[in-house]
Design a protein around this ligand. Structure first.
Ligand SMILES: [Mg+2]
Length: 400
């Protein structure tokens, strides 16, 4: 792979050069000036597979450089390097991603060999993922046929108490069991369902299946809370609460153990009917969770207007929080607010032991994420639970 490094600081340039050589990358072009780098890239944008760019440069700074990369149609990887503080670096990283550049990450100066190695291994990993993202796009007709042909199934991801490690519930996550493509993740078809008027049917299938599994768990002595995702788009049909009540009764699932995780869409046509429906769902003792709290439209205004019982903190505030003091401040404030409003708190994206310990210390109620368990078919839950019972003690042995 050909690599281009641009930095106005000659020493930093030399250092990165040598480190890359140590890691076996010998084909490295170094530039002292951003303009020179752009000229090189412009003459053959496909030649370079990776660009390291300093943020703080005279004439053209890193942000403008990123904009120029987009203009010349650069398609390779990008790594940002800077001595600026964490937040500036992260913001620049997000900005580059928003331009659809293939951003590997950001490195602090002085760059360490291990940080560089970590970043380059990401390059390798994202290459390996390429066939996955090349999966084809489905038509609404195919999705309709899948709905009718019972190809949509639920997986369940465990939610456990941070204090005791006890399994308290599961979140239902839809998958498409595709006859040719295997198990298809929701990001490949939920958008299509939303755009083509299939989202009500999709939600209904997920809900009915989840209620049936929930009813069976309750009957079998495992009184789990079952969460189902709904979007505000689902809340245009006024008899939604009655439908939920009917289906829950048929499945033997108590409404007190059903939680609807609500995400808001920015395309709300009629703001009154969701309020009507959500209020009636609450009157039926169904739990309402504000999903992905802190992002997009899951905002304070929603907390003010809707009788939520649970606050689900978005994974982007949880993952890596133990290493990021800004995230810790946001987390603590969100948790304190939820507590004062009498809401239960759930942390999504729990993947690391250090984040687990942090969220325990902050008295968050429930955790969900790979550290606990991945989404799985209903039939795998008993085996997961046995495995979890064997290791939960170690995660909860220390007092929070
Ligand atoms: Mg959710």
């Amino acid at each position: 792979m050909k690599i281009l490094v641009v930095d106005d600081d000659g020493f930093a340039l030399q250092l990165l050069d040598r480190q890359l050589a140590n890691l076996g990358f010998s084909n490295v072009v170094s530039c002292n000036h951003a303009r020179e780098a752009l000229t090189r890239l412009e003459s053959d944008a496909a030649y370079f597979g990776l660009v390291f760019c300093d943020l703080q440069m005279p004439e053209i700074d890193g942000v403008e450089f990123v904009r120029q990369l987009v203009r010349i149609g650069y398609r390779g990887g990008l790594a940002l390097v800077s001595g600026e503080d964490e937040r500036v670096l992260r913001t620049a990283e997000r900005l580059a991603r928003a331009h659809h550049l293939d951003v590997l990450g950001a490195l602090h100066k002085p760059v360490t060999l291990s940080a560089l190695q970590g970043l380059l291994s990401l390059r390798h990993a994202s290459r390996c993922d390429a066939p996955e993202s090349a999966r084809h796009i489905y038509t609404p007709q195919q999705l309709r046929a899948a709905l009718d042909g019972n190809q949509l199934i639920n997986h369940y991801q465990p939610k456990v108490s941070l204090a005791s490690g006890e399994l308290v519930g599961v979140e239902s996550l839809v998958r498409w069991q595709h006859p040719d493509d295997g198990l298809v993740e929701p990001e490949h078809f939920v958008g299509i369902a939303e755009k083509h008027g299939l989202i009500d049917d999709l939600t209904r299938v997920v809900l009915v299946t989840a209620l049936r599994h929930g009813g069976a768990w309750h009957a079998g002595g495992l009184p789990l809370q079952v969460a189902v995702n709904i979007s505000m788009e689902n809340l245009g049909v006024l008899d939604f609460p009655d439908m939920v009540e009917r289906e829950a009764a048929a499945a033997g699932m108590p409404l007190t153990h059903l939680v609807l995780e609500v995400t808001e869409s920015c395309l709300m046509k009629d703001p009154l009917s969701p309020l009507d429906i959500l209020t009636r769902l609450r009157l039926k003792r169904i739990g309402l969770s504000i999903d992905d709290f802190g992002t997009g439209h899951s905002s304070l205004a929603q907390l003010r207007d809707i009788p939520f019982t649970e606050l689900k903190i978005d994974r982007s505030f949880v993952h890596g929080a133990s290493r990021n003091s800004y995230l810790q401040v946001i987390l603590e404030a969100s948790l304190a607010m939820a507590r004062q409003l009498g809401m239960k708190t759930v942390a999504e994206g729990m993947e690391e032991r250090a984040d687990w310990n942090l969220l325990r210390t902050c008295s968050c109620d429930v955790a969900q994420g790979y550290l606990v368990g991945k989404p799985m078919p209903a039939a795998d839950l008993p085996a997961w639970l046995r495995e979890w019972e064997g290791r939960r003690g170690e995660l909860t042995s220390r007092p929070a």
